[in-house]
Ligand binder design. Structure first.
Ligand SMILES: [Zn+2]
Length: 392
């Protein structure tokens, strides 16, 4: 159900992660979140970092904010986005360096930056029945939500990505492993929704990637991935707003494809997922799929990326506004949300680049709001009254 975006026209947000402040040197490692929060040094840095992420988003003027994915460690290419869940859920143990049958990640030879991603993909094995373990998503969300009145969107990795990235010594069956992780995540997310989280984001279901690849596999296919998505969120839309994030990759802010793939073959399966909002990477492709998205997704809101997470060049407000106008030719304003293509914190840009990209999201959207006589968002960062530059 619509909660976070209810009654908001052209709301703005980001996908999730933000670059770490240089002084945020503490890491969670293998500890559970609540245990680490007993450690004075970790607690102070963690809460200060969350506060910084929230303030930056508020100063930019975003409507829906995130905790910047503050729980993830400072590792190569933002690997913790993959490993946080299996390192804490029950049923996983040990740690191995290897690629599970080539099912997760893209092969790259030494000498390529993405080879580092494979080399540092240290994942535990799946060794027993999967359970929620110590994910503690509710505690992580509370640590951010109690610092702001704006809705904090909480994101989680999807079960298929965890299953595809580990060695399964227990179920020895990819389908069973995916569904077991899906059930455990569903339980965890119900606790989070019951605690009052107004928006939960399911990150990277493999629907679009498998549809784009066009391969036929009895488990790894778009239809089964729709089933997995709907199983993972079952019952949640009665309690909260559910988002589905899709993009074409992010490790170390690298593009995984020489040419951005088209969402066209993925639109139909995506239209069947049990979600309120779907996010699409559209800035990096110049809005190539906006018409297909508008035609194919009719009963959900659509969040388009208007800034690119791969580039350091900050999109201008005019560029953002042009993409918003292009989207409005195919998607009604009541169903359009503006965001980033993906998270900006997976070992990519500096804090300043990410900050000004957020400011551009808001300023660009304000240009379109002004044209349509809609209320504009306050953007403190762009208020001339506070400029320290003096006329000579
Ligand atoms: Zn993404």
């Amino acid at each position: 159900m619509y909660i976070a975006t209810a009654n908001l026209l052209l709301p703005t947000t980001i996908i999730g992660s933000l670059p770490r402040p240089s002084w945020y040197t503490q890491n969670l490692g293998r500890r559970e979140f609540r245990e680490a929060m007993v450690d004075r040094a970790y607690r102070e840095q963690y809460l200060d970092a969350v506060s910084t992420y929230l303030r930056d988003q508020e100063v930019a003027g975003l409507d829906i904010v995130t905790d910047g994915d503050c729980r993830f460690d400072a590792d190569v290419a933002g690997h913790n986005w993959f490993s946080y869940a299996p390192l804490r859920m029950s049923g996983f143990s040990g740690a191995n360096f290897y690629r599970a049958g080539g099912k997760a990640g893209f092969p790259h030879k030494p000498g390529h930056i993405l080879h580092d991603v494979l080399e540092t993909r240290m994942m535990p094995d799946l060794t027993g029945p999967v359970g929620r373990g110590t994910l503690q998503y509710t505690a992580v969300w509370k640590a951010a939500q109690r610092q702001t009145a704006k809705p904090v969107k909480f994101g989680t990795i999807m079960p298929e990505l965890v299953a595809m990235a580990v060695r399964d010594l227990h179920y020895k069956d990819l389908k069973k492993a995916i569904l077991a992780i899906s059930d455990a995540l569903n339980e965890e997310l119900h606790e989070l929704a019951d605690a009052g989280c107004k928006v939960i984001q399911m990150e990277e279901p493999q629907i679009h990637l498998l549809a784009a690849k066009g391969l036929v596999d009895k488990v790894l296919n778009p239809d089964f991935m729709v089933e997995v998505f709907n199983n993972t969120v079952r019952g949640l839309r009665k309690k909260t707003e559910i988002w589905c994030h899709t993009c074409w990759g992010n490790p170390a802010a690298q593009r995984l494809f020489a040419k951005t793939p088209s969402y066209a073959p993925a639109i139909e399966p995506l239209s069947r997922i049990d979600a309120d909002v779907i996010t699409f990477e559209t800035c990096s492709s110049g809005g190539m799929d906006l018409e297909a998205i508008g035609k194919g997704i009719k009963d959900k809101k659509i969040c388009i990326g208007v800034v690119d997470h791969h580039t350091l060049q900050v999109e201008t407000p005019d560029q953002v506004a042009a993409l918003v106008r292009k989207a409005l030719e195919h998607i009604p304003a009541e169903r359009l949300i503006l965001g980033s293509d993906c998270g900006m914190g997976r070992e990519g840009m500096s804090r300043r680049h990410a900050f000004y990209k957020m400011v551009s999201i808001v300023q660009g959207t304000n240009l379109v709001r002004r044209e349509r006589k809609l209320p504009e968002a306050a953007c403190l960062a762009a208020d001339e009254k506070f400029s320290m530059v003096e006329e000579l």
